[in-house]
Design a protein around this ligand. Structure first.
Ligand SMILES: C[S@@+](CC[C@H](N)C(=O)[O-])C[C@H]1O[C@@H](n2cnc3c(N)ncnc32)[C@H](O)[C@@H]1O
Length: 231
C-alpha cells in the first residue's frame, strides 16, 4: 500500500487547518469561461466548494483510488457533480481545452524530478486554451525549519517522523508503519524556469492567498500563470 492509499481516511483531519486557499481558487474559477481542472484533487476538499460556488464543471485528477473514492463520497454528500479521473498529473490530457488548471495544497511538491515537473507544466500548457490560467501554491522552503524538525517524531493520530535530505531538497514524512510521503522542494527560480520552458507567462506571484506581496519573509508561493493568447 502506498502512503496515499492508506492515508486517505486520515487526510481530512490532516488538511483541516488549510482553508484559506478555497476562496482563492474559487475566485479564479469564477473568472474561468470554460472547463476547470484540479490536479491532485484528493478528497475534493477544494474542488467541491469550487464547483458549488461557481457552477463550473470541475474535472479532478488524482493518482490514488482511495482519495478519489473519498472525493466521490464527499461530492455525493454535498450534492455536487465532479468529473473524477484516476490519472497521474504528468499524463494530463483533456479532450476540451481548459480555462483554468489549478493545483492546491503544495501537491506539485510530490513530483520528484525536474523532468517530472517540466512534463507536468508542458502537459498543463497543452491542456489550456489560449489565455487559460494555471495556478498553484507551494511552501517556500525554509532550510532552518527543515533542519530543526529533522528526526522529530510526531505523536498525533498519524504518528510519523520527519526526515530532511539536504542533497535532494526533500522532506520525508515516514509513518510509524513505514509508509512514506515525500516532498521535493523547489525555489522561486525553478518555478519561473518551469513556466519558461512550458511557454507560460507569469501573471502574479504572491506570498499568500490574500494577495500579500511576495518577499524574503514569505513562507508560501502563490502563483498564477497563463497560456499566452498567441504563441
Ligand atoms: C496534499 S493532497 C492534496 C489534495 C487536494 N488537492 C487538497 O488540496 O486537499 C496530495 C494529493 O496528490 C495526489 N498525488 C500525488 N502525486 C500525484 C500525481 N503524480 N498525479 C496525481 N495525483 C497525485 C495524492 O494522491 C493526494 O491525493
Amino acid at each position: 500500500m502506498t502512503w496515499d492509499e492508506t492515508f486517505a481516511v486520515d487526510y481530512e483531519r490532516w488538511s483541516a487547518h488549510m482553508t484559506d486557499d478555497i476562496a482563492f481558487y474559487a475566485a479564479l474559477a469564477r473568472e474561468a469561461d470554460g472547463p476547470v481542472v484540479e490536479l491532485a484533487v484528493g478528497t475534493g476538499r477544494v474542488a467541491i466548494p469550487v464547483a458549488r460556488s461557481t457552477g463550473h464543471r470541475v474535472i479532478g485528477l488524482d493518482s490514488s483510488s482511495a482519495m478519489l473514492a473519498l472525493a466521490r463520497a464527499n461530492a455525493t454528500t454535498a450534492g455536487v457533480d465532479l468529473d473524477l479521473r484516476e490519472a497521474d498529473m504528468r499524463d494530463l490530457h483533456l479532450d476540451e481545452p481548459a480555462a483554468l488548471v489549478y493545483c492546491p495544497f503544495r501537491s506539485l511538491l510530490h513530483l520528484p524530478t525536474w523532468s517530472d515537473r517540466r512534463r507536468t507544466f508542458e502537459r498543463v500548457a497543452a491542456a489550456l486554451r489560449p489565455g487559460g490560467r494555471f495556478a498553484w501554491n507551494a511552501f517556500a522552503f525554509d532550510h532552518h525549519v527543515a533542519a530543526r524538525v529533522d528526526g522529530a517524531h510526531q505523536d498525533d493520530r498519524t504518528p510519523h517522523t520527519l526526515r530532511y535530505w539536504v542533497g535532494d531538497n526533500r522532506i520525508d514524512i515516514i509513518r510509524d508503519d513505514g509508509a512514506t510521503s515525500s516532498l521535493w522542494w523547489a525555489t522561486k527560480n525553478e518555478w519561473l524556469g518551469l513556466l519558461d520552458v512550458a511557454n507560460l507567462e507569469l501573471e502574479t506571484l504572491h506570498g499568500g492567498f490574500a494577495a500579500e506581496p511576495f518577499n524574503d519573509a514569505s513562507a508560501e508561493y502563490v502563483f498564477v500563470a497563463r497560456r499566452p493568447l498567441t504563441r
